[in-house]
Ligand binder design. Sequence first.
Ligand SMILES: [Fe+2]
Length: 204
Amino acid sequence: MVVTGDLIQDDSAGAYKHFCDLLGALGLPVHCVPGNHDIRALMREALADPPFHYCESVQAGTWLITGIDSCVTGQAGGDLDESELARLDATIAGSNEPNVMVCLHHPPVPMGSKWLDTVGLDNGAEFLHRVAASGKVRLAIFGHVHQPYDADHGGVRIIGTPSTCRQFARGSDEFAVDDTPPAYRRISLHADGSFEHELIWLEK
Ligand SMILES: [Fe+2]
């Protein structure tokens, strides 16, 4: 399971414990990256032991799945600083797997929503350039936007998944939620580097 950030919203260790109690019961490895509502120190501590993983990389068949931190403390919008970009480059270059999926919180592409695009990823274009240049990154997945997204950017699929809670109204100039239900996405990574994914809306 991959959780692309904003695990909690009330800045408490208790909320992370609740998250771990719920997801630990699934019997799956749970890979997480931080979102703007997370508190890094609390999150790292809560996810220190298996089945939880914080911004780690995992090898799965011919794939490397890797998480990066796009958050800026105190800001809703994101940015990948030079050290995190360098860490991503080194992780990809140092892996023997020919296929890579990158997980991050903020969208590296505009969403076409005025307010949401003021809190996106500052240097999304730099991220897209680096992952395309790697020749290994097949897809990057993100959260933050509470709505679906799926498009090819220079040979890399960029995929956003709606929230497991409320959704934001698509294309809205101002903050607004709509009444679509919670959702998650099932992604199947194949040995030849191809993949399939399915968006699953939960019943209200
Ligand atoms: Fe967020």
